[in-house]
Ligand binder design. Structure first.
Ligand code: 8DG
Ligand code: MN
Ligand code: MN
Length: 372
């Protein structure tokens, strides 16, 4: 029997940007199942179904209590219908049959493998699957054309699959700052993405780069990347130049910031011998002195910095919800460049994340509560 008190607790605001979503939560088994089903739907090309599962999972992430029954969740946003069956099965049997079935679904397993390669999206994976690709070594077939991103993704697959720890992210930060500060000593470099939200590990390390003087930013990324390359610190890089996009068209998740998608060779700390320091090349034969780590570097003009910081801190679902809220509830278009009023046809400036939340009429959500 559910007490009235519990009923009161179980209200969750409909948009993820209206609520606090911590890193750890109370209903992990259910959330994992919903997220797997969401991923499976996305891999089948059903974006709408995928989003429905993602939204339900996200709602449960901000729930402060452990669910006792599916019924308890039925009035929560996005938690009715199909989601009820998933919750009920997990609570009663400990497993969800639909999720179990994915384990033996060849197409799902293969699509998951292929899309986990850097540079490979659902469409490419689907095409390869239709062409008979089932495992990584099948990509050695000369008839299959890989982009430079994908080639690097396959080459460094094993390293890139291993989570990047906080400690490694800090060392990557040191390396990146060292390269950038050679050219502009007072450059502002901020770690964004999952690590800014308090995650202890991630699939890459994201950085945002800015300076009040726009001239200081001009040509900087290329210089720093070339220098790192000359030092043997880069295994791969692909720089997208800044484009003045129609930044305020709706439903355009990509922005036009100058961005470098890189794979860094992070030197190993030699722990095999007591006393051996960084850079010691006394290692046993065959051992590699580095590990591949994916890094995103984004350069933003100073007046867009707050928007870029908000946009690159994530989570992806939190960002999607912020944009949906802005558009549907405030008639404003938000992206990583700015906030735009289509009605008044003007940009609304802001110099901090707090200010952007305030402009949207939202309570400020600190990064560690944006894990939607
Ligand atoms: P992880 O790496 O720890 O696994 O998670 P994450 O840090 O949250 O994910 P991410 O894939 O590195 O993305 C970080 C944020 O950056 C996320 O909110 C989405 C955002 N982002 C991209 N690509 C682009 C882009 O091209 N433009 C903009 N504005 N944002 C982007 O990943
Ligand atoms: Mn990241
Ligand atoms: Mn990233």
């Amino acid at each position: 029997c559910v007490s009235k008190d519990t009923d009161v607790l179980l209200t969750v605001a409909p948009y993820a940007c209206q609520r606090q979503t911590p890193l750890t939560h109370q209903n992990s088994e259910i959330i994992d199942a919903l997220e797997k089903l969401g991923k499976a739907a996305a891999l089948r090309g059903s974006e709408v179904r995928s989003l429905a599962f993602t939204r339900a999972a996200s709602v449960l992430k901000s729930l402060p209590i452990r669910l006792q029954s599916a019924d308890q969740a039925k009035n929560l946003p996005f938690c009715g219908g199909h989601c009820q069956t998933v919750i009920q099965e997990i609570l009663e049997d400990g497993v969800c049959h639909e999720v179990e079935a994915l384990q033996t679904n060849e197409q799902y397993q293969c699509m998951e493998l292929l899309t986990s390669i850097f540079g490979v999206g659902v469409h490419t994976a689907e095409r390869w699957y239709k062409d008979g690709v089932r495992k990584l070594s099948d990509l050695d077939d000369p008839n299959i054309k890989l982009t430079a991103d994908q080639r690097a993704g396959v080459t460094h697959y094993t390293d890139l699959q291993r989570p990047v720890t906080r400690e490694k992210a800090d060392r990557v930060q040191h390396l990146i700052k060292n390269a950038l500060h050679r050219f502009v000593p007072d450059l502002e470099v901020t770690m964004t993405g999952g690590f800014r939200r308090g995650k202890q590990q991630g699939h890459d390390v994201d950085f945002l780069i800015t300076h009040p003087d726009g001239e200081a930013l001009s040509g900087l990324l290329k210089k720093a990347v070339d220098w790192m390359d000359s030092q043997g610190l880069l295994l791969y890089h692909h720089t997208r130049v800044r484009s003045r996009v129609q930044a305020h068209r709706r439903n355009v998740p990509m922005d036009g910031h100058e961005t470098c998608y890189a794979i860094v060779a992070l030197p190993n700390l030699d722990t095999s011998k007591a006393g051996a320091g960084v850079g010691s090349d006394v290692t046993f034969p065959g051992a590699r002195a580095w590990r591949a780590v994916r890094v995103d570097l984004v350069v933003t003009p100073y007046d867009e910095y707050a928007f870029a910081l908000l946009g690159w801190t994530g989570s992806k679902h939190f960002e999607r919800e912020l944009r949906r809220f802005s558009w549907h509830e405030k008639n404003l278009s938000l992206n990583s460049h700015g906030l735009y009023s289509t009605e008044k046809q003007c940009s609304i400036p802001a110099t901090s994340e707090e200010e952007i939340f305030a402009l949207l009429g939202l309570q400020y959500v600190p990064p560690q509560y944006r894990n939607a």
